[in-house]
Write a protein that binds this ligand. Structure first.
Ligand SMILES: Nc1ncnc2c1ncn2[C@@H]1O[C@H](COP(=O)(O)OP(=O)(O)OP(=O)(O)O)[C@@H](O)[C@H]1O
Ligand SMILES: [Mg+2]
Length: 405
């Protein structure tokens, strides 16, 4: 069924990217991107700096032309359309409100220009949605950063675009306000039923807000799925390390049953449930999340349902309130990270303590990556710079640019 894009404007539209490639002179930002975002969904594009997130949004908005491929919105091919012809609105990180206009005039501006009836009634409605109608007569500089952000959002949704693109829209806010705005954005999206495509560096933000998260790396989607699915069953080392932390091991498959594979890690067998292992033969990389691992002060009795490694030695203990992180050096296996909830006062093991580690074989996972590639790329990826510091850097850069000019 093909319908004009405008017909979807009330409930959001499907977005399809088909075989998209984007080459800049001397640099391929997007290799080959295929993506379908169902109507009415909250979709997050998550990835490190420079992986191609903004480029993807700019392509969808029509601010950039793809080198190859097509873009469809609500079934209609918009690849050749100008930005203003597309049923799309974008909220950029810099809110760009008109400083001389009141809040209500800012929100109604686009409606007036397009001669849409009752601009001020519609603008008030949008402001009520972001709970700012009581400040409608103020000027932007009389609002806080978070309030200005919400005005920018009201201005974007007042047009009822089928698709709303959000590029790090919460980057300039402090952590608490950011968390609060995440919940508000989510409820606004549910209320208005638009399709949201949200770009972020912040894995927690992506996981709490989105129905579907696509993890992007070097211009490609590494894995796409519901947040829990990505977290519990990462397919690649990149996803396993970008979305939270992982303990990864590489070894050869030594045995396979109908239920599990056994991987030989320097003579130590580690079992992974078969449906959770992407590769079943040869060299494989397997892993387990730190919170799935239990720490034992005495060697536990053998349990066929659990992997057991050790004894190892605690080499670092760091307390973080709700949990304690232990680094445990296990001979032959490597250094493992364990998160233990603080059920009692203080850590259960000190630096130097001898411990055993165990986890349910149903909690491990086996990656799709060829271990040769994983190790070539170095399995430990540096922690991504957090959104706030990037926003701060951008602001500093802007300020120095303005000062120079
Ligand atoms: N006009 C351009 N010419 C050449 N290269 C570009 C251009 N625009 C972007 N790039 C490159 O394309 C890559 C992707 O850029 P993009 O802005 O999409 O990254 P991003 O994922 O949004 O990163 P960030 O999280 O830092 O905003 C980067 O390596 C960037 O240097
Ligand atoms: Mg960007």
């Amino acid at each position: 069924m093909r319908m004009p894009a405008g017909a979807f404007a009330e409930r959001g539209a499907d977005l399809e990217l088909v075989g998209i490639q984007k080459r800049f002179p001397g640099f391929t930002a997007i290799e080959n991107l295929d993506l379908t975002i169902p109507a009415g969904s909250f979709f997050a594009l998550l990835g490190p700096s420079g992986c191609g997130k903004t480029t993807t949004l700019r392509l969808v908005a029509g601010l950039e032309e793809p080198t190859a491929g097509r873009i469809l919105i609500g079934g209609a091919d918009v690849t050749g359309q100008k930005p203003h012809q597309r049923p799309v609105n974008t909220v950029f990180q810099s809110y760009a409100l008109f400083p001389h206009m009141s809040i209500i005039e800012n929100v109604a501006f686009g409606l007036r220009r397009r001669r849409i009836p009752d601009p001020s009634g519609k603008a008030h409605e949008a402001l009520r949605l972001v709970e700012l109608d009581h400040l409608a007569q103020r000027k932007p500089q009389q609002l806080s950063g978070g309030q200005q952000q919400r005005v920018a959002l009201a201005r974007a949704i007042v047009n009822r675009p089928a698709l709303l693109l959000l590029d790090e829209p919460l980057g300039a806010l402090d952590l608490k306000l950011r968390r609060q705005m995440q919940l508000e954005l989510k409820s606004i999206q549910e209320e208005v039923g638009l399709t949201f495509l949200h770009v972020t560096h912040d894995q927690e933000e992506a996981m709490t807000m989105a129905d579907t998260v696509a993890v992007m790396n070097k211009g490609r989607i590494e894995q796409l799925g519901a947040p829990e699915q990505l977290y519990e069953l990462p397919k690649t080392a990149f996803v396993a390390n970008f979305l939270g932390q992982s303990n990864l091991f590489t070894g050869q498959v030594a045995g396979t049953t109908s239920e599990a594979i056994s991987v030989d890690i320097n003579g130590q067998p580690i079992i992974v449930a078969l449906p959770r292992a992407h590769r079943h033969t040869g060299d494989v990389t397997i892993g387990v999340r730190p919170e799935k691992v239990s720490l034992h002060l005495d060697k536990p009795v053998t349990d066929a349902a659990r992997n057991l490694v050790g004894p190892g030695r605690v080499i670092d203990v760091s307390f973080s309130g709700v949990s304690t992180q232990y680094l445990v050096a296990v001979p032959g296996v490597g250094t493992m990270v364990v998160f233990a909830q603080n059920m009692a006062f203080g850590p259960v093991a000190q630096e130097g303590t001898e411990v055993w580690l165990s986890w349910n074989i149903e909690h491990g996972f086996g990656l799709e990556d060829d271990p040769a590639d994983v190790n070539a790329e170095a399995p430990k990826f540096p922690a991504d710079t957090d959104t706030r510091s990037i926003a701060a850097q951008k602001r500093d850069a802007l300020i120095s640019e303005l000062e120079e000019g």
